[in-house]
Design a binder for this molecule. Sequence first.
Ligand code: HEM
Length: 418
Amino acid sequence: MTASASAAPRPSDRPAEAGVPTLAADATLRFVRDGYAFGIRGYRDVGADAFRTRLMGRSVVVARGAEAAHVFGAGGFRRSGAIPRSTMHLLQDEGSVQALEGERHRERRALMTEFAEGGRGTLVSLFRSEWEAEVEKSRGVRVKLLDLASVALARAALRWVGLALPADEEKEIAADLRSMIDHAASVGPVNWAARTRRRRMEDWAGGLIDDARAHGENVTIVGRLAHHEEDGRRLDTAVAAVELLNLLRPVVAVARFVAFAAHALHHHPDWKARIGEGAESSTRWMADEVRRFYPFFPVIGGVATDPFRLHGVDFPAGQWMLLDLYGTDHSPHLWRQPDAFDPFRFADASPKAIVAQGAGEGLGAHRCPGELATSDLVAAALSLLVSGRPYEVPIQDLRISLRRIPAQPESGMAVIFA
Ligand code: HEM
């Protein structure tokens, strides 16, 4: 990986691949084997940017690229029934914004966007102070940035939604939020254990919603969720609790991008120097390149509510589709030298082309409302890493396996702060 200057990304001159060939009768084992590279290897094998296959016995279309992102992001794909229940229960849940469609989705999404986008300045400044406090505590000892950032982000998120908890409770909540992310793609006992923790968290969050209602507290994010009305009725306690977790959990998930940001700084010291010079654009470009380049969500799934057309082929309502996020962010038709880490590409490319956090525009889409907050948090982490307390990176395994979902630097990106 080198940080070479390159011209702006532009769609390649190659015409869009026509057709949606069949990859294999059932590709479940390939998915398990290839992880994030599942789509990329499939497109190579069929010679197109989309293919049909079966996963766990179910017919699916897997696709990357601008057309696929446009088709998928335009709406018309429901999320319920589109990802395994084991994952659904750790990340989202029935009745939550992601499981809704149509008018009810738009209304709930407007509220979540107001919190995630409108409130991101406060979140970032809370994160900065929690980070600095954690760094001071860790001086002189080897610490994994993935752990340190998770704790700092969890504390910041709890204060952001309006909670002041005893240190012990905060620690437990931080660990539970982290566990939902770490085990989202797991199956069997590990997943069940994480789901048990999740249910415990839902009970805890439900208690907070009840308390806010009992005390008429409607100022903080917890209070506003507790008093939010749809069709003239307050949300069910369980649904408001899930939405509270849908704000807390992904903030903690940003810790992976923070660890990746440190990984990128380590491998590209020239960018450390650029950010150190204080140019805001360098920090922003690098934050966006971290979100594009490093693996996070491999795919997002949807079940078509209407017939749709992709690469000249018509598909019926009911068709299951996976939009390949990693494959799109690494598509040679969209990004020049997609496998090179090169923040300069954002000098004249829009970060909106990144699909790491979903596709689509506006209130009707399911695209992540926390995208700007994520970008701001990663930018803040980059400036804290470059201009904050100096650190060294001890010898460790810095490889990132594309088979491990969610991915991370093998040794958690360990550092020692001076
Ligand atoms: C690590 C950073 C993050 C990643 C990788 C991420 C990823 C995603 C993706 C891929 C989706 C779209 C799912 C789909 O279309 O089916 C999504 C939706 C969502 N994200 Fe994020 N997200 C992140 C950070 C955040 C943050 C910081 C927040 C809030 C503070 C947030 C809140 C949400 C919500 C509420 C949805 C559901 C939106 C809807 O269905 O309309 N995310 N996220």
